[in-house]
Design a binder for this molecule. Structure first.
Ligand SMILES: [Zn+2]
Length: 146
């Protein structure tokens, strides 16, 4: 990738980190209840389990397990991606507990329920300031492949 110098900005603030190193994994921004220890995504001020106030901000794991998925045979809106045939949407269970719904990176036959997934960023478009506008998505983990 030769255009690594473009600054990356989130399509919406407060949901994920954007590492300075383009090869580093982003992380989802979640909450942890100080009373019962439950984790949530996206962030919330009040625990949905025990209703305690004062959840603390945490960064969540960038890896999880694919719980279920579907494949949408329609181009992703506002995307400059090359694979116009469609895209996957799935639910990924993080080790901390939250189930994350997200776009999946890969072809229709690249996914298997139960497989390990890894968070990454996708550039949707460039804004008028020349910044890359990015969303998070999950791709099948490449660990163990040469
Ligand atoms: Zn709680």
């Amino acid at each position: 990738m030769s255009e690594a110098s473009a600054e990356r900005v989130p399509v919406e603030a407060g949901f994920f980190t954007i590492p300075d190193d383009p090869s580093a994994s982003p992380q989802l921004l979640g909450s942890k209840c100080v009373e019962c220890g439950e984790y949530f995504f996206p962030r919330r001020p009040i625990c949905a389990r025990c209703l305690a106030h004062g959840c603390e901000d945490v960064t969540l794991s960038s890896r999880g397990t694919l719980f279920t998925y579907t494949y949408v045979h329609f181009p992703l809106m506002n995307s400059q991606r090359a694979d116009h045939g469609g895209y996957g949407v799935g639910q990924v269970d993080l080790p901390e507990g939250p189930r994350i719904q997200a776009v999946l990176s890969g072809g229709e036959n690249d996914f298997q329920i139960g497989m390990e997934m890894e968070l990454e960023l996708e550039t949707l478009r460039q804004n008028k300031q020349g910044q890359d506008v990015v969303i998070y998505r999950f791709r099948p983990s490449t660990d163990g492949e040469a």
